[in-house]
Design a protein around this ligand. Structure first.
Ligand code: NAG
Ligand code: NAG
Length: 187
């Protein structure tokens, strides 16, 4: 009996969703939060991302320069990186992983990058696990947010978001230290 009611309720929910699909007014709704697996965990990680472009061993290298017309906003540029992630703001604090991927100038009139990178952790219980981040980074904003789109190992089926705050930017060298607060749901 109760099973039948459940099925009916699910069908009504589905019908309502389909019926309202053409209506631009309420294009999104949150459905059935009870489906959240109760074993799901929320992990918070705070790491510091070191974008070192200067010196003998840069960890971040521009492989495609910006289109000349947009050079001040770096539109069209692509920079590959294998940046250290540390537990403290100093580059000499414990290295907990590497940020591997690229950022590309994706905004014409302002400084805005598309970032696609994997945080590969290599310490303690996180050793060998990864999270993948994909999003928009307007670097001059005080706080930026990007989605965590997946993960591996401990972070299988991960989703979540990261919050970025620039801790240091050296105008002369282009080197930067950015704090990443990562909020990750996973099993
Ligand atoms: C990190 O260590 C190197 C080598 O010992 C040193 O030259 C550098 O100044 C240190 N940097 C910071 C920020 O402590
Ligand atoms: C992490 O795992 C790798 C590969 O299994 C191993 O070589 C390395 O020693 C581990 N590092 C730490 C800090 O546990």
């Amino acid at each position: 009996m109760s099973k039948l009611i459940l099925i009916l309720a699910a069908q009504i929910l589905l019908l309502t969703t389909i019926a309202s699909a053409g209506d631009g007014g309420d294009f999104a709704s949150t459905m059935n939060p009870a489906r959240l697996h109760n074993k799901e965990k929320l992990t918070h990680l705070r790491v510091y991302w070191h974008d070192i472009r200067s010196g003998q061993n840069p960890s971040s290298i521009m492989i495609q320069p910006p289109i000349k017309k947009y050079s001040s906003t770096y539109f069209g540029s692509i920079t590959m990186m294998d940046n250290k992630l540390t537990s403290g703001v100093s580059i000499n604090s414990t290295v907990v992983g590497q940020a591997q991927g690229f950022y590309a100038g994706a905004a014409q009139p302002e400084l805005g990058f598309l970032m696609a990178m994997t945080f590969a952790f290599k310490t303690g219980e996180y050793n060998g696990s990864t999270i993948t981040i994909l999003g928009r980074n307007t670097v001059l904003s005080e706080v930026r947010e990007m989605p965590v789109v997946g993960g591996s190992g401990i972070f299988r089926l991960a989703r979540g978001h990261v919050e970025l705050r620039t801790k240091l930017f050296d105008k002369k060298t282009g080197d930067a230290i950015v704090e990443y607060n990562c909020f990750v749901l996973h099993y």
